[in-house]
Design a protein around this ligand. Sequence first.
Ligand code: ADE
Length: 228
Amino acid sequence: MRIDIITVLPELIKSPFEHSIIKRALDKGLVEIHFHNLRDFAVNKYGKVDDAQFGGGAGMVMMIEPIDKCISQLKSKRNYDDIIYMTPDAKVLNQKTANTLSLKENFIILCGHYKGIDQRIRDLFITKEISIGDYVLSGGELAAAVLCDSMIRLIPGVLGNETSALSDSFQDDLLAPPVYTRPAEYKGLKTPEILLSGNFPKIEEWRHQKAIERTKTIRPDLLKKEEK
Ligand code: ADE
């Protein structure tokens, strides 16, 4: 997988890719990430990439020209499966989207700022718009890092034990069951006996039951989705 990230703040978004599972995926060559500073395509020598919005109103809008130049340059070099714009006014990312995207090859991710981007960029280039939740961040960088993390960890070979991604919360629209590790008892707090029993079919049954209970309490909307 190759991901090209277009941003006005490359330094802000680099660090999530320098640690843990995502770093290992990069080191193994399973994914390549390239950062593109939008200011390299600015309309003047002062690095201008935004302007006031037509029609008036507070907040700046990211201009069409720098983004067009950057995306067109990338597109002239290779084909992209999707050109994604991170924005709060879009469908919210879920595990299904992460699964689907993890099977693709090349992406451009555009990080928005200020009031957003000129609509003509959306009309012309953007094939997918993704929000990471119903709240507004200062920019799309952290959202892009979240999206990348959710996709990269699903690429075959990235996680040591591939079944561990399959038992994550949301893979089956259920939250994950509780987990325990040594010591079996700590200050009188015990691990449920079943997990120490070695009876794996029973353990699986218990985990599934706990997953349903947890989902019912915390995210009943996920169960409703299943019933549809
Ligand atoms: N940019 C600002 N807020 C965002 C959000 N919630 N999701 C994606 N991109 C964003």
